[in-house]
Design a protein around this ligand. Structure first.
Ligand SMILES: NC(=O)c1ccc[n+]([C@@H]2O[C@H](COP(=O)([O-])OP(=O)(O)OC[C@H]3O[C@@H](n4cnc5c(N)ncnc54)[C@H](O)[C@@H]3O)[C@@H](O)[C@H]2O)c1
Length: 556
């Protein structure tokens, strides 16, 4: 038993804000307005605050107050870099505010850490405006230091284009060109009342690709049309779903898209893992052609991980790739499969053997959809949430321990669970190293699934796999027995299995067949303590066998 020489980099989670609150569930969400100069952030922000009876903070005013001088003076005396540093500090502070309307500066979201902080702080709405209207609004404005040169060089539209990618990464984009301040404020107020006040969002930074927001909110599907407005989707939208999910939510989605002016059609497939196949991928291509989908359109995946993986694969490959929107409706899809960009199809030779990376443009997770989800599906999805808590967030684990699994279905805790995955995949988007940490419990879990010919649910297999990984860790001396006891207690509390009835010798051969095995040698993710895991461990088959035998009880 020794560490593999090819051991991959060990876990090192970065806190993007430097300010992760210890108990974020106690805070109320904020409304954050952003967008280019002249789109109306300050006037609309003040109107929204008045309408909802919330305090209003204008970041530019706050910067001037802190610096004791006007922004133009900060620019001329200390330069833009100094201004951006103050802005960044204030942006971090936003994460500690609660129930406030905040208008950011026009350049605030250009910095990826600022974007992450904004999403973390609440419901972010980007205001946009047609360039001609912007020019008219900004004429004669002398207070904006970046404006003078920009207008002189007639490159207002150019500057806007440069910033557009950053603005477009947020969940909501509202065009204010032909709207009054009151009308825009009203629309934002409605969004807030419908979904925003209990919403949570986070931003996934994809190196070399566009950031995308994951938006968790009750009733979010009703806002899907608004979420997709002004995202450059000019053509048809294909909504892909399975017949279970479609029965509950397809009409809501089509209504929302159509009321925002989209031309949407649906493709409904049979539910279940067998649909994740090349056969159904070709069926989708045929339906896409029939429906007139092209590269200016988009695919919406409405369903669990099966629909997400299949529709994601089809969106990645149809016409060499068209935009994808993920609308996850299972716990597993919300905390795991809708984010990270993996898509997969099964073949007769194995699960997820075919796949490509395809990131969505936005993830819209309507937590109300979990109400119709089967209890067993919820329970099994929670296995991944518990995994995230063990590998990266002890506070989340405490929330599960104190409040039970219902707490895990709260938007705050769902997003917190996904946050662990986000931090890992951002550091290793293509699974060349640290992303393997997400495999905690999956090495033995996959072997159990294969041994039982997939008759066991994935979440149950992962639950047993995590117990095995923790017990192996204890045997290898990386953790104390307290970690094992804590893991088993929270899994039992969620009605997930911690004991099994199979002969260990039946499971062992499947370990080396795992996709993530290296030269037929399985590699384990072991745990040191909650929040501290390591990948790349080689473990003697005898140790795994002993552990599986000690977990075995007859007649379970
Ligand atoms: N791409 C990734 O990163 C990734 C990660 C983990 C898992 N996966 C894949 O995800 C798949 C499993 O996903 P899953 O667990 O979501 O299963 P699933 O998509 O099969 O959904 C489970 C069942 O619940 C039904 N359902 C879904 N949402 C519902 C709702 N709100 N109300 C009522 N019924 C609903 C479905 O019709 C289905 O019958 C596997 O194929 C797995 O390989 C992918």
């Amino acid at each position: 038993m020794r560490r593999a020489p090819e051991t991959l980099p060990q876990m090192q989670l970065k806190d993007p804000l430097g300010t992760a609150p210890t108990n974020p569930s106690s805070s109320k969400s904020n409304i954050i307005l952003t967008g280019f100069m002249g789109t109306g952030k300050t006037s609309v922000g003040a109107a929204v605050a008045k309408q909802l009876g919330m305090p209003f903070v204008d970041m530019d005013d706050e910067i001037e107050r802190q610096a004791g001088m006007e922004i133009s003076e900060i620019f001329s005396r200390f330069g833009e870099g100094h201004f951006r540093r103050i802005e960044k500090d204030i942006c971090r502070h936003m994460a500690t505010l609660s129930g406030t309307v905040i208008a950011t500066g026009g350049g605030t979201p250009l910095d990826p850490e600022n974007r992450a902080a904004m999403c973390f702080a609440g419901m972010v709405v980007t205001l946009c405006c047609l360039p001609a209207e912007l020019g008219r609004r900004l004429e004669g404005d002398t207070k904006r230091p970046l404006l003078e040169g920009t207008l002189k060089s007639s490159s207002l539209a150019g500057l806007y284009e440069q910033r557009k990618t950053a603005y477009d990464s947020f969940p909501f984009i509202l065009d204010t060109s032909n709207r009054s301040v009151t009308n825009t404020a009203q629309r934002i107020g409605d969004l807030w009342r419908d979904a925003g006040s209990r919403s949570k969002s986070l931003l996934v930074n994809v190196p070399g690709d566009q950031d995308y927001a994951v938006y968790f909110a009750p009733g979010a599907l009703e806002s899907l049309g608004v979420i997709l407005e002004n995202r450059g989707i000019e053509s048809k939208i294909a909504v892909v779903s399975d017949s279970h999910v479609a029965g509950f939510y397809l009409n809501t989605v089509l209504r929302s898209l159509r009321s925002s002016g989209f031309d949407a059609f649906s493709v409904v497939l049979p539910p279940g893992e067998t649909t994740k196949s090349l056969h159904y991928a070709s069926r989708l291509y045929e339906k896409f052609v029939e429906g007139g989908l092209d590269r200016r359109g988009a695919v919406v995946a409405l369903g669990g991980g099966v629909v997400g993986d299949l529709a994601g694969f089809a969106a990645a490959t149809f016409m060499r790739g068209i935009p994808l929107v993920q609308c996850p409706t299972t716990v597993l899809a919300m905390v795991d499969s809708s984010v990270g960009g993996k898509t997969g199809l099964d073949t007769k030779d194995g699960k997820n053997l075919i796949g490509v990376f395809k990131h969505p443009v936005v993830v819209c997770a309507d937590v109300d959809t979990l109400q119709s989800l089967d209890t067993d599906e919820k329970r099994c999805g929670l296995a991944e949430s518990i995994k995230h808590a063990f590998i990266g967030d002890e506070g989340l684990l405490r929330a599960f321990e104190d409040d039970g699994c219902e707490a895990a279905l709260d938007p705050e805790n769902l997003s917190r669970s996904l946050e662990v995955k986000r931090r890992i995949v951002e550091q290793d988007p293509h699974e060349r190293g640290i992303r393997e940490l997400l495999n905690f419990g999956h090495t033995v879990g996959h072997a159990i699934e294969a041994h039982t010919r997939y008759s066991i649910r994935h979440g149950e297999a992962v639950s047993l796999g995590m117990v095995a990984a923790a017990r192996i860790s204890h045997r290898m001396g990386t953790c104390d027995s307290g970690v094992v006891e804590r893991l088993e207690a929270v899994l039992r509390q969620t009605a997930l299995p911690v004991r099994h009835t199979w002969d260990a010798d039946g499971i062992i051969p499947f370990l080396s067949a795992d996709k993530k095995a290296f030269r037929c040698t399985p590699r384990f993710v072991l745990i040191r303590s909650v929040g501290e895991v390591e990948n790349g461990w080689k473990v003697d088959a005898a140790v795994v066998r002993d552990v599986l035998e000690e977990m075995r009880i007859d007649g379970l």
